[in-house]
Write a protein that binds this ligand. Sequence first.
Ligand code: NAD
Length: 479
Amino acid sequence: MKEFNQYINGRFVKSTSTEVTKVINPCTEEVLSLIPKGSVVDANNALDAAQASQKGWRSLPAIERANYLNKMASIIRENRVFLAETLADEQAKVIGLAQVEIDVTADYFDYNAGWARRIEGEIIQSDRQKEHIFLHKSPIGVAVGILPWNFPFFVMARKVAPSLVTGNTCVIKPSCVAPNTVMEFVKLIENIELPAGVLNFVLGSGPVVGNALTKSPITGIVSLTGSVFAGQKIMEAASQNITKVSLELGGKAPAIVCADANLDLAVNAIVSSKVIFSGQVCNCAERVYVEESIHDEFMERVAKKMSEVKVEDAFSGNNPDMSSMVSKDQMEKVAEMVEFAKKEGAEVVVGGTRSSQFDKGFFYQPTLLTNVKQNMQIIQEEVFGPVLPVMKFNTLDEAIALANDSEFGLTSSIFSENFNKVMHASQELDFGETYINREHFEAIQGFHAGWKKSGLGGADGKHGMQEYLQTKVVYAQYK
Ligand code: NAD
């Protein structure tokens, strides 16, 4: 069994707290590692180190900062199999998908390194003679990144890479549920000679370590990927020092399937989106609206496809579609939501219970629900599991209204072969992301941002990188 320590000011140090959290393999329920339940002192030590290294780091040419990101990318590629296995082990991500996450993370570091020579300001015309108005883009200072368990490695890069290239120093708080891959990465990059204090990792709970990192006056920006609830807590804590927040939160993605859709494509995309990583993906289809005239055929095909989903151990050589859910808590939450939906009148077409074929682990069956109504919990709240509720619609505007009737605004999708319909929907859907004739995943050069309760600000691409910059105006008068 492994043990991980805090990484503060360029070295691994023991937490000032002696309490520990066990990290569990969700398929086998064995304990994989022990991590400290970090303390407020740990959080503050990491912030002090990040602050002390700030001046030196921001004064380096951006291209030198970028070189470190390229080194991180190379190290990830050199250790890609080990990292993927660690990830699959700690969160039951099917090994093929775990490998994709590792490989995309390496690309993410390289992509952000590419911004080094492209961070630009502006020169604005003055109303005065002999004056230039310069807009400079400056780092914010110390950036705090708080990670979820579902894509813990990729989301780590989403915080670290844009922070460092723009000249911020950084403190990362991994999720207690899946911290191992991130901490193995920290060990691997120990020898790249990153200046001490530039990048720190503090393990511990959200309410203790996450809260301390958020409310400190040292912190310049907090970027969270997680639930709406954690986002609300972070906004409260950040209000103390008017600290900037960037929040990527939960979703309840609608998929609209029109009668003129390519049905094979729609069925395959929606089912695979729902079962990939057991539905624990923020932008996977969480509810489907299907046009009445094709409803029965759609349900028949989805039911067949969902019954054929291969559910196995994350390391199975049988190329499974999904594995265990990440934890007992997560599985029980999904089971409770399905039971509640049944009480409210939903009918189970496929699945609807925990998988009985496994002695160990937290496996839940791919589940298809019908007879659901717009006001039910299963349509309004994020399930974050392999559960697909389906409703009918008659007109596209009705479908758009149902899709928009949600407090979330992260992702949406529409399936239709009619250009006018998809363009209309893409403008009318109140979501930060709309996919036409496909489901997630997002591109690293795009912009991943939730509307409404799904978030504030966003990540990826040029606009995600710019989250970590602040603007200074210099009025330069000369004779
Ligand atoms: P979570 O909110 O339980 O935890 C996320 C992180 O926030 C953890 O590191 C946790 O320790 C920390 N945290 C919790 N309370 C805190 C507090 N008071 N102060 C500071 N930090 C605190 O979320 P999770 O269960 O790890 O992840 C699943 C959620 O994340 C889902 O809702 C999912 O939709 C969302 N998510 C969103 C995106 C996106 O890009 N929008 C991506 C992945 C996951």
